[in-house]
Design a protein around this ligand. Structure first.
Ligand code: ADP
Ligand code: MG
Length: 675
């Protein structure tokens, strides 16, 4: 018997070279291999007649070999073996390339299941290099694994069989018996065996149910534990609600959604249980004003507040906004970012320590060890999904369990929010301030570019400004070179005589700042940019946007980009250029022209790309899911959420002996989450 933590290279059939390949797939131990689940299955249990199979279809045919395959050598290094097989009705030709071993298995008169793509003609169908097994006694449903160069699914399948045989009884049950009984979950051994080599379709779905459930359950339980560890009581209890006086002094009337959100947040802060709330609102929905009202209330109650933004530009913009919003309020606030002068930083830190500064705006600079608060009561993070769990925890630890509000402009579908935040409360700004002009969006092909350019120039001539978003670059290409080339092309070509600026991700913060300042100040008419403008920057005079290769962007990203315009009183236009001919890309871009509802777009996006890509790689700080699928396994997500809450209530610190294995599984995940 082998222990599960045995290095994978010691499994029979692996060795050093294969171990390296397996490592690439995230498999380091024998236990990892058992948890390396198939991507999909070849379902040999659904057998087709040769006559029913369509050309181009991938299917399974049960047929008898007419004669032992004939070898013919095409050229040096290429030998093929051909034979005919029949299902009693029709004949199909099988071709095998270069594998004498495989060909010799096809003995005359024996019946096999052939799995592969149908080619040939309607008169004589063919299958090239099919997978095949003896019709009797073979596995009907075979696993197909994610592969890597040099390591085929078949090889992994063989290793998996060896691993399962050598580790019998080693897998420990993680899920509590109670939970398994209540939610109809099979035991771990049956689940793992059947996920790889299912006896039939029912066994497979039973196995999958358990493993999906387990994955969701452990993740959610971990999040619940993280949330409760060190989340005792807070001393930042708000006594008086000052939000009304602040709101009535605003130059505009708050929307109903804004007022409601302020109410929910202030209510939370009246509790000695620290607030843990997400404020969600589409671009332009007025999150900042909501934040200002609650910061005002916290500070007036004697508690310091911190607002953390993901970039310098955003932090600086917030600072400017608050200069207007907090004018005459007597609230002492400051800005601290990476580029703040050391002397000034020291002064700010001193004043934070003494409590002289009531409200600080900043970037990651705020979470450095030497930043100390006298009485931090409220922490707000903007565009929160750009911060990992760890960074948020760091800022939170600077107070006595401060209240936490995260603001996000990416409308997160409910299922995903539940997953990421567990029992986080959510306030939604589902109402745009009045007078907001909708951004009209067009989708055109590249041959219309000259017309698009003249159209943009009309706006620039009228004194407006615009954005041109460069194509996203394929991996390996240089983003900067492409952006520079693109800007240069416009300067020398269609936009000669106009002032064309360039902003890209590799510029230093100071360089970016300079460009943004020039743009805000009107010195730049057309700003060529990579996606760095995606978040938050506000230039009301910019009313037109062009997006090149729009099909390469995610829908949510396009929506964010588009949110950069339409921020003034003028109506704005967004033009998506794309030559992607295929149906799927077209359909996506058409969604952009039809709706400006961020939630609808986010849902579509999630459906089409899955949660991994949704936030960009790993921005949400959650580990990759191995088997569960956020979109299609919603029912199990809810069931496991309930189960996790039950376990958490029953054994909050997982100290009961029967939960020992569960505690270990959670601890392993904890390490990943805390990274
Ligand atoms: P978000 O951060 O949600 O994208 P902002 O807070 O930046 O949105 O608000 C966008 C703009 O709308 C700002 O210029 C802000 O002053 C303005 N604004 C916010 N709330 C209202 C309101 N209720 N009525 C009119 N204008 C508003
Ligand atoms: Mg904002």
């Amino acid at each position: 018997m082998m222990k599960l933590d045995t290095d994978i290279q010691f499994l029979k059939g692996v060795g050093e070279k294969r171990a390296k390949l397996l490592n690439k797939l995230g498999v380091f131990s024998v236990g990892d291999l058992l948890r390396f689940y198939p991507r999909t299955y070849e379902d040999m249990s659904k057998i087709k007649k040769i006559s029913q199979a369509q050309i181009g279809e991938v299917c399974c045919i049960k047929a008898i070999v007419d004669r032992t395959p004939k070898e013919s050598r095409i050229r040096k290094g290429l030998t093929i073996y051909k034979t005919d097989v029949t299902d009693g009705e029709s004949i199909m030709q099988i071709t095998i390339f270069n594998s004498k071993y495989a060909a010799e298995k096809l003995k005359e008169g024996e019946e096999f299941l052939f799995f592969g793509k149908i080619t040939g003609t309607l008169w004589k169908k063919e299958m090239n290099s099919p997978e095949f097994i003896k019709a009797e006694g073979g596995d009907r449903i075979r696993p197909i694994y994610p592969q890597t160069e040099g390591l085929s699914s078949r090889t992994i399948e063989r290793l998996m069989k060896t691993a399962l045989l050598n580790t019998e009884g080693e897998l420990k049950e993680i899920l509590p018996q109670k939970t398994r009984d209540r939610y109809y979950l099979c035991n771990i051994n049956d689940a793992v065996n059947n996920i790889h080599f299912p006896k039939d379709g029912d066994y497979l779905s039973y196995a999958r149910r358990r493993l999906v459930f387990e994955e969701f359950y452990i993740l959610q339980l971990s999040l619940m534990l993280i949330k409760c560890s060190g989340r005792g009581k807070t001393s930042a209890v708000i006594k008086d609600d000052f939000s009304e006086e602040f709101i009535s002094d605003l130059p505009f009337t708050m929307t109903g959604a804004q007022e409601r959100s302020v109410g929910e947040i202030v209510n939370d802060m009246k509790n000695d249980v620290p607030m843990n709330r997400l404020l969600q609102g589409d671009v332009g929905s007025g999150k900042t004003a909501v934040a200002a009202a609650v910061i005002y209330t916290a500070v007036k109650n004697g508690f310091q507040s911190a607002l953390m933004a993901p970039t310098e530009i955003l932090a600086k913009q917030h600072y400017k906004t608050f200069e207007t919003l907090f004018k005459g309020t007597g609230i002492n606030f400051a800005l601290m970012t990476g580029s703040t002068k050391q002397s000034e930083k020291n002064e700010i830190k001193e004043k934070l320590k003494t409590g002289e500064i009531g409200f600080i705006i900043g970037t990651h600079a705020l979470i450095q060890d030497d930043v100390v608060f006298s009485n931090l009561g409220l922490v707000i993070t903007d565009e929160q999904h750009r911060f990992g769990v760890k960074q948020r925890a760091a800022l939170n630890s600077k107070g006595d369990n401060p209240h936490v509000l995260v603001m996000s402009a990416t409308p997160i579908p409910r299922t995903l929010a539940l997953m990421i935040y567990g029992d986080l409360d959510i306030s939604v700004l589902d109402e745009l301030p009045p007078g907001r002009k909708e951004v009209v969006t067009y989708y055109v092909t590249g041959d219309k570019r000259p017309r698009v350019y003249s159209y943009i120039k009309k706006y620039l001539d009228a004194g407006f400004q615009g954005y041109a978003v460069c194509p996203l670059i394929e991996e390996g290409e240089s983003e900067i070179a492409a952006a520079e080339d693109y800007a240069e092309g416009l300067r020398k070509g269609a936009f000669m005589g106009y002032s064309v600026g360039l902003l890209h991700g590799r510029m230093t913060p100071a360089e970016k700042e300079k460009v943004m300042d020039d743009f805000v100040g009107g010195k730049i008419q057309l700003l060529v940019s990579t996606t760095v403008i995606e978040v938050g920057v506000d230039v009301p005079n910019a009313v037109i946007m062009l997006v090149e290769n729009a099909e390469r962007f995610g829908l949510s990203q396009l929506h964010q980009l588009r949110g950069r315009i339409g921020r003034g009183s003028e109506s704005s236009v967004c033009i998506l250029i794309s030559d992607a001919g295929n149906g799927e890309a077209k359909r996506r871009l058409e969604i952009m022209t039809k709706t400006s509802d961020g939630f609808k777009i986010a849902d579509e996006d999630l459906k089409m790309r899955g949660p991994g890509d949704f936030f960009g790689s790993r921005q949400h700080g959650l580990p990759e899911l191995r088997i569960a699928d956020m979109m299609t396994d919603t029912q199990l997500l809810f069931e496991s959420n309930k189960a996790a809450a039950e376990t958490h209530k029953d054994d909050p610190r997982l100290k009961k002996p029967e939960n020992a294995e569960l505690r270990r599984a959670v601890a392993r995940l904890f390490q990943k989450l805390r990274g």
